[in-house]
Design a binder for this molecule. Structure first.
Ligand code: PLP
Length: 407
């Protein structure tokens, strides 16, 4: 081989190398060659494990999927380019025109936007103020196929009673229960064990931890029966892998919302410290919430870890090892809220959550800037509300910083 041929065709370390590398490397490659025509045919016919094209599968992405699947104790996981891509892909995979979704009113804004977009395809969504068996009983119809709720509502910080909702839906039969577990992560809540059929994550948040890569992931319990889902008819033959097979071989294949290997790698690295970070961030959040409750200038503090939260009892049952790391405070009026943001030295003013840095935002003038007043009221978004996503800084510094800012 001459140089240019060698550059393309020599056997460089590649995937067969036994280097002892501690991390699955970044397979920054679009396609995977096969030694034989029969080999590639077998992969396409699902007779052999292997890789063909990164839109459908890639070893670095698979490594990330296997990690999250192991944490959530699911049967299989599929990663996507973003949390929104994961939620969209799930809806497109399982729903048909005429189906109905029921969602809790406080879900992530992008999710509300998506459900509105699905109307165009004949899929309608009804909202419940809080996702409880009693509220669901009022809106569930024979057409309801999917119930979607977040483990911790944001910014209302209500906590979903996963076992209670699961019991109710199992008794109704054939309604898929999807829990967006982004804010608790599998460290605080293994929602599949608690009765959810599907766990969804925006892994852009705590799983990544440093806000350096957007990604999403879906984990399937493998227990749901798809009898009432015409969209799943041809996939039921894959048994517990029906959904994840369809997501790969149909949604990722035809629509292409795949994760990039680089971002899968960054999220895998982030995941290695998820447990440590959640422990620290939850402990910081509890201490900061308790300190803020006693500060002059703070009208009220909302945090599921405080006895004053209406969701404290549910949170104590559903979450283990912490109450999440998001809290909100009310400061009396918008001017005061702005003043606190401008005075804070460490908290970054930003519309994000789940970073190792403490983040703060005034939801009414940013995330909810174009939301009608009535909807803001339902979501608990007032003019004087600040949302704080607590990071891993030293708690003494955080308390001191907030104390000087709220004066
Ligand atoms: C951020 C977020 C999403 C959307 O995820 P992206 O990765 O930003 O697309 C969905 N649900 C929740 C609860 C989120 O916080």
């Amino acid at each position: 081989m001459k140089t240019n041929t060698r550059l393309l065709h020599d056997r460089f370390a590649g995937d067969k190398a036994n280097t002892g590398a501690t991390l699955t490397p970044i397979y920054q490659t679009s396609a995977f060659g096969n030694a034989t025509a029969e080999g590639l045919e077998a992969i396409f016919q699902n007779r052999a494990a292997g890789y063909a094209y990164t839109r459908i599968g890639n070893p670095t992405i698979a490594s990330f999927e296997q990690r999250i699947n192991a944490l959530e104790q699911g049967i299989s996981a599929v990663a996507f380019a973003s949390g929104m891509a994961a939620i969209t892909s799930l809806c497109l995979a399982v729903l048909s025109a005429g189906d109905e979704i029921v969602a809790s009113a406080g879900v992530f804004g992008g999710t509300i936007g998506l459900f509105a977009d699905l109307q165009q395809f004949g899929i309608t969504t009804r909202y419940v103020e809080a996702c409880t068996p009693e509220a669901l009983e009022q809106v569930v119809t024979p057409k309801t196929r999917l119930v979607f709720a977040e483990i911790i509502g944001n910014p209302r910080l209500d906590v979903l009673d996963v076992p209670a909702v699961s019991r109710y839906l199992r008794q109704k039969g054939n309604i898929l229960f999807v829990v967006d577990n982004t804010l608790a992560t599998p460290i605080l809540a293994r929602v599949l064990e608690q009765g959810a059929d599907i766990a969804i994550h925006s892994s852009s948040k705590y799983i990544n931890g440093s806000s350096n890569a957007i990604s999403g992931v879906l984990v399937d319990s493998g227990t749901f029966r798809w009898d009432a889902f015409p969209a799943m008819r041809d996939w039921k033959k894959f048994g517990p892998y029906a959904l994840t097979s369809k997501l790969r071989q149909n949604i990722l294949m035809d629509m292409g919302p795949c994760l990039s290997p680089m971002n899968a790698f960054l999220n895998s690295i982030g995941m290695e410290t998820l447990g440590l970070r959640m422990e620290r961030q939850c402990s910081n959040a509890l201490q900061l919430a308790a300190a803020l409750e006693h500060m002059d200038g703070v009208v009220s503090v909302n945090y599921p870890g405080l006895a004053s939260s209406p969701w404290h009892e549910t949170a104590s049952r559903v979450l283990q090892g912490g109450y999440g790391a998001i809290l909100t405070i009310r400061l009396g009026n918008r001017e005061k809220a702005f003043q606190v943001i401008n005075r804070l030295r460490y908290a970054v003013n930003i519309t994000n959550v789940g970073d190792i840095r403490t983040l703060v935002v005034h939801p009414r003038s940013t995330i909810y800037a174009h939301t009608p007043a009535e909807a803001c009221e339902h979501a608990g978004v007032t003019e004087d509300l600040l949302r704080i996503s607590v990071g891993i800084e030293d708690i003494e510094d955080l308390v001191e910083d907030f104390a000087q800012a709220v004066q």
